[in-house]
Design a protein around this ligand. Sequence first.
Ligand code: PEP
Ligand code: MN
Length: 339
Amino acid sequence: MKITLIAGPCSAESEEQILKTAEFLATKTSVKTLRAGVWKLRTRPGGFEGHGEKALRWLQSAKEKFGLSVAVEVTTPEHVELCSKYNIDTVWIGARTTGNPFLVQKIADSLAGSDLSVMVKNPLNPDWALWLGAIERVEEAGITNVIAVHRGFGTTQHSELRNSPMWEIPIEIKRRRPDLQIYCDPSHIAGRADLVFPVAQRALDMAMDGLMIEIHPDPKHALTDAFQQLDFSEFEKLVSQLVEKDTHGKHNELEQMRAIIDDLDEELIATLAKRMKIVEKIGEYKHEHKVSTLQMERWKKLLENRLNLGRKYNLNEEFLTALLNVIHAESLRIQGDKR
Ligand code: PEP
Ligand code: MN
């Protein structure tokens, strides 16, 4: 593979797990960098929160024994200091940290003068400027090897994926900063082991420069992100099936635009499904309270309001009217089913 591959467990759980993973990567794959989280404050308190400094020693010994470079997430200046102490090669700023410029600035200040490589994951909210701002803070601290990592964005949409890729955002970063490497973390986008491959392949189609993938010797018993980690043979299979594309070819731009359309269509369909669920509830309510299915006044107002909105977004009025009629007809049908 021409692209860079980084792999390793979500969390460093034991010395044995780290060494097993390092041995696998060094002997069976072309991966040069082992990743592992050692500070793992999760969404809610009380779970496994990482082994901290002790785990940095495990990573240091994996590095010495197997010649891999090692990467760890940092969230405070103290973490940066400890990573330097244990000869960690790369640190990354996680999605929850990138969204906070105060924290990013503190971390950047603590990085000044070090020769660490730094990966900056995108923030949870889909804001390219916030992401680029974090990258710039790290660059201003004098770090020369800075890499952006696309791990998807928090979303309220129903989707099979844990985080929405919103490819238009990494593409915007690429457009503004063609000099910057962008890796993709398909594991956190997918959230499920069986979806990691399609997202990873899509990332290659999107001309990403590398992949960061979570793997674990025994994913079912992983202490964090158990659903999305691949076991070793799944990882080998994934790498062997990935197809690298000609990223400078004339069709690349077309592929990128198609990916954006695919995402938007998925959102459209998820939104329609959500709407129809509510329609079903309304149908039940009308049935219980003996209200007629068709409410002409409501329909007229709705149509007028949506056509106004459409004008704001420059949508063709005939098209939108036809679309709203189809949606309304389906809503009436669903409510009819409730009787
Ligand atoms: C991780 O890589 O394990 C992690 C916590 O990532 P993110 O910050 O993207 O959620
Ligand atoms: Mn994880």
